[in-house]
Structures are given as C-alpha cells and as structure tokens.
Design a protein around this ligand. Structure first.
Ligand code: ZN
Length: 134
C-alpha cells in the first residue's frame, strides 16, 4: 500500500459562533492542508496520482474559495456586513472550525475522484484536525 501527502498553505479569516475562546472574535490563521491519498495500485508512471494534479485540483478550490477570504457561518451577523461591503466571504452551514473545514475538503476531493483517505487541517502549527471516513 502506498500513501502520498500533498501540502498546501493558505491564509483565511473566520470566527466561531456558540464558542467562548479566542476564535469567537473575527481573526485570521495561516492554515495548512495535508491531502493524504492512498492506493495499492500505481499508474503507468509509477504514481498514485501526480502531485501536481492533486495540487492543482485542491489549490484551485482553496484559492477560489478560502485563501484570504472570511469563512463565516450562515447565521453570523457579520455576514451581511461583509456582503454589503463587497468583501469575499465563504458561507458555511456549520461553524468554520478546522474539523468542519477538513471534512468539507475531504468530500470535495472525493467528488474530484482523488484517491483521498484523509485531510489534515492545520489551524495553527500545533492544532490539527483530521477527517477520514472510517
Ligand atoms: Zn480561529
């Protein structure tokens, strides 16, 4: 069995509702995503999947939707403010926690037919949320 990990770094803003702690205030993180793919078969090039293909699929989603954007829960009163100001916001049905973002990206990757087994979402250097199906 082979496993590959592609890493993508990006920056995002968010805040969490129904939570008492630093992330209840609007703020930003330098996030890191680890895209873990797995297969017991290699293609004719000797790869699970070309790292550059994995990167281009996930990085395009991240650049278009999350990088340098505010991620807010739909009920967040800040949402209207950002929309009225024409700011780019990524709206979510759940709190934009590292756990929820990891799961979101996992299913996005799956829909793109990546041989994904896990997403590791680093909110900070020392705080990582992982999502896998089993
Ligand atoms: Zn935070």
């Amino acid at each position: 069995m082979w496993q590959t990990i592609k890493i993508i770094d990006f920056s995002y803003g968010h805040r969490l509702l129904n939570y008492e702690g630093p992330c209840s205030q609007p703020h930003g993180h330098n996030g890191r995503i680890e895209i873990v793919c797995e297969s017991n078969i290699l293609n004719e090039s000797g790869m699970i999947m070309d790292f550059s293909k994995i990167k281009s699929i996930i990085k395009k989603f991240v650049d278009d939707n999350w990088d340098h954007k505010m991620l807010l829960k739909r009920e967040d009163p800040l949402l209207n403010y950002f929309l009225e100001k024409g700011e780019k916001v990524f709206v979510m049905d759940e709190n934009p926690t590292a756990e929820i973002l990891a799961r979101y990206l996992f299913y996005f990757a799956k829909k793109q037919n990546l041989p994904i087994v896990e997403i590791r979402f680093h909110e900070t250097l020392s705080s990582i949320a992982c999502y896998r199906e089993d």
